[in-house]
Write a protein that binds this ligand. Structure first.
Ligand SMILES: [Zn+2]
Length: 432
């Protein structure tokens, strides 16, 4: 048994009815937790109960440090991670990223994929992430190798990180035999949902319906890339919501990016958010990648004007579950990144002004993200739930967000430890 004293836990991840924080600007409260093997046994306000005795109980004093549930990274691309050194994006634009990584696929052997994705998982583990959903490019001849490697990594990491997969292909494939092949290949290797990259076209509603049919026949949900641009006329999110409502699709639906929603007229935004809410769609924002890729300008002024993010605050206020996640890491879509959800969290708070409701903000990398990936028992600190936490050096949100790169510890079951991310040198990249 592990007894964790004086852990400062965000109220939004505690069971309903837990006493509220005194200061709304610091929505976390001091708690005492008991952990038996892998599960949380009790969570009580600090000092409310006597510390359990007995020789089998280890007492750890968190000293008022902020403690989050382990992170959920709801949207990544582990098949592309750490390819920048050999496949850099010379223009840093979205379509060059697509071309560059398409050409790099000839390097995607099982050994190459395992090395890069395995490295990414070790980084995520060290930073306190315990569930990762990765999209996997699937409409190309080598896709079976990618899925087989992800299935292998899923088995290797079982009990530490839960690895979920979603196939990725263009929407033109959905109504074709290739669409069925992609779906069946991915599911054969344990995919958690079907997916795809949507682009506006007159035929898009029909293509979305074809994907919903594929998913319905196979009894799974969908997780899409939509509207990753700043063009107001890009309304894939709206078309997905309408198709879900029209067909009464019964499984979970997730839309990633949804950036163009932010540049539409307010009436249109309100109407689309209402449709998204009614359709029960979860939204995943990928702030670091959006910031990197969007608003790249070829002529004066070359400086970016907008942040590229969807309407995170407005979606949350409307009751739409929103997660913030890593997306691409060290590849042609995003040159930087370390699968560090504390970085994603702190940057998301800054970029999307989430300090307006810090309690809700924690959910975007824990509770809400867990709901979106279909694991609602994760991302919380509640009796019966898994004992997976991140203990920050910070004692408040102010300290955490001021020094987000400060060291942190992890708790996995009764084990309190400080895993370190692997050295970049292990990737064997040539250093100029
Ligand atoms: Zn993505």
């Amino acid at each position: 048994m592990l007894y964790l004293r004086r852990a400062r836990v965000p109220v939004s991840v505690l069971p309903a009815g837990f006493p509220a924080a005194a200061d709304p600007l610091e929505p976390a409260v001091l708690c005492d937790l008991t952990i038996a093997r892998d599960a949380i046994a009790t969570v009580t306000p600090a000092g409310a109960d006597k510390a359990p005795g007995g020789s089998g109980t280890r007492i750890v004093d968190a000293g008022g440090a902020l403690v989050f549930p382990a992170f959920i990274d709801a949207h990544t691309h582990l098949d592309k991670a750490h390819t920048w050194f050999r496949a850099p994006n010379r223009t840093n634009t979205f379509f060059d990223a697509l071309d560059t990584l398409w050409r790099d696929k000839e390097n995607w052997t099982a050994a190459d994929l395992h090395r890069r994705a395995g490295f990414a998982l070790r980084c995520a583990w060290a930073h306190g992430t315990r569930l990762i959903r990765t999209h996997v490019d699937t409409a190309f001849p080598g896709a079976e190798t990618s899925h087989a490697v992800m299935a292998e990594l899923r088995a290797e990491w079982r009990g530490r990180i839960e690895l979920q997969t979603v196939p990725l292909c263009g929407d033109e494939h959905f109504p074709t035999s290739e669409g069925r092949r992609v779906a069946d290949l991915a599911l054969r290797y344990g995919a958690n949902a079907l997916g795809g990259f949507l682009q506006m076209s007159p035929g898009l509603p029909r293509r979305i319906e074809a994907l919903l049919t594929l998913a319905r026949e196979r009894g799974v949900g969908i997780d899409l890339h939509v509207d990753e641009n700043g063009r107001a006329e890009s309304e894939c999110l709206r078309l997905v919501a309408e198709a879900v409502l029209r067909t009464q699709f019964p499984h979970p639906v997730v839309c990633g990016h949804c950036c163009s929603l932010a540049v539409q007229p307010p009436d249109r935004q309100r109407a689309t958010i209402a449709l998204v809410k009614e359709a029960g769609i979860g939204v995943i924002s990928l702030p670091l990648c959006n910031l990197y890729l969007q608003d790249r300008r070829g002529e004066f002024p070359v400086s970016p004007h907008w942040r590229g993010l969807t309407l995170v605050r407005d979606l949350l206020s409307a009751g739409v579950p929103v997660a913030c996640a890593s997306d691409n890491v060290r590849d042609a879509f995003c040159r930087y990144g370390d699968l560090d959800m504390a970085e994603v969290y702190s940057q998301s708070v800054r970029l999307a002004h989430l300090e307006a409701d810090l309690g809700a903000s924690v959910g975007t990398v824990t509770r809400l993200a867990a709901n979106i990936v279909g694991r609602p028992e994760l991302g919380r600190i509640a009796p019966g739930g898994p004992a997976r936490f991140v203990i920050f050096t910070a004692r408040s949100f102010s300290e955490l967000l001021s020094r987000p790169a400060a060291s942190r510890q992890c708790i996995d079951g009764e084990n309190v430890h400080s895993p370190a991310p692997p050295d970049f040198a292990e990737l064997g990249e040539p250093v100029p």
